[in-house]
Design a protein around this ligand. Structure first.
Ligand SMILES: *Cc1c(COP(=O)(O)O)cnc(C)c1O
Length: 358
């Protein structure tokens, strides 16, 4: 059994995907071919935003967002400590300081109460300038945007949604990828919507940001491609990946239903044995991961392994415990909820083609 069964999905979509790839091979526009724009339009429709700018991967999508928000040395960007490294990495990559925030016990997402505390502490210290918040839709569940947005507005901070895992989720019908000033996602193969390599996208309703993003992703180009008006990067989505994503996006709503059915099945059989993931009223998860909490996870994981069911730990190390962030001087005990989660969580197989009785 596969943890995420990409082969089952490919078998199901093979005819369509192969045909789409062949079309690209026939027309030969491998960089910024027509499929890229088609995909950007389809993604904008699906998510319900004005602009989608695809790029090379989810980390670049976040970096592009940091560039647009002019995040630099002396700035603070707040982000959860319990996340994938890229969320925090892009902040430090711009020379800014990541200030980590503890998790909400029930949802695993950034805790709005701790967020406000960390903002106030940063202001009180007076050394650095709070600029933005990156909230993460961890394991597919959108973060608490109604609360986070209030805090962002109160302190004049920009809000970025890292929807690398959240694509397909929603709050009261509003889709992940549409929260905050800018949102980003990843099309890494194992994400809810994945391609056959690296890929990413940035979402925004802001016309000015959209123009900047289109420039930054192609070497800071001006109206003329060879007139470079700012320092940018080379971060485009390959046309072949866009072609693959078009077919996968068309199937995505059905897969999302299947993922939610699989999660409901898990919930029914596992709720008495483990702390199962909680989805607040009005929220929909895309179930990037189905994550259990168990004080004795080693025993639980060994039991599943014996049954031929793979499990994975996301994540055993919080950001404040990462060697690369030692220079920030955090101590064990600074983030009690996230530290406990890092010791107790493990995830079960989850994808749109799951047929598992557990
Ligand atoms: C995967 C992931 C990213 C980075 O995406 P890549 O496409 O691998 O660069 C960023 N943030 C989160 C939360 C992720 O899970």
């Amino acid at each position: 059994m596969q943890f995420i069964d990409l082969a089952a999905q490919y078998q199901y979509l093979k005819t369509k995907i192969d045909k789409r790839i062949q079309t690209v091979l026939d027309h030969g526009h491998y960089i910024m071919g027509p499929e890229v724009q088609e995909l950007e339009e389809e993604l904008a429709k699906y998510v319900g935003v004005k602009h989608v700018i695809t790029c090379a991967n989810g980390t670049d999508a976040l970096t592009l967002a940091m560039m647009v928000l002019n995040i630099k040395e002396g700035d603070v960007v707040f982000c959860p400590t319990f996340t994938f490294f890229a969320t925090a990495e892009v902040i430090a990559f711009e020379g800014a300081t990541p200030v980590f925030v503890d998790s909400d016990e029930a949802t695993f997402n950034i805790c709005p109460i701790d967020l406000e505390k960390r903002i106030q502490a940063t202001i009180a210290e007076g050394k650095l300038t709070p600029k933005a918040i990156i909230a993460v839709d961890l394991f597919g569940l959108p973060a608490n945007y109604p609360e986070i947005k209030k805090i962002a507005d109160k302190y004049g901070l920009k809000l970025v949604e890292d929807a690398a895992q959240g694509f397909g989720g929603s709050i009261n019908g509003q889709k992940a990828g549409s929260f905050g000033d800018i949102a980003t996602t990843s099309f890494f193969p194992a994400k809810p919507l994945g391609c056959y390599g690296d890929g990413g996208a940035v979402f925004t309703n802001n016309d000015e940001y959209a123009e900047l993003l289109k420039s930054y992703r192609v070497h800071g180009k001006g109206t003329d491609k060879y007139d470079n008006v700012r320092i940018g990067v080379n971060s485009r989505l390959d046309t072949i990946q866009a072609a693959i994503l078009l077919e996968k996006l068309a199937e995505f709503p059905t897969e999302l239903i299947n993922r939610n059915k699989a999660a409901a099945n898990y919930e029914q059989t596992l709720a008495l044995k483990y702390k199962t993931p909680q989805v607040p009223e009005g929220y929909v998860s895309s179930w990037a991961q189905y994550t259990l909490v168990d004080e004795y996870r080693d025993i639980a994981m060994a039991k599943y392994k014996a049954q031929g069911i793979p499990t994975v730990i996301y994540y055993a190390t919080c950001m404040h415990q990462q060697s690369a962030f030692k220079y920030l001087g955090y101590q064990l005990g600074d983030y009690p909820v996230a530290e406990r989660l890092a010791k107790q969580v493990f995830s079960l197989p989850m994808h749109g083609y799951l047929d598992l009785e557990i």
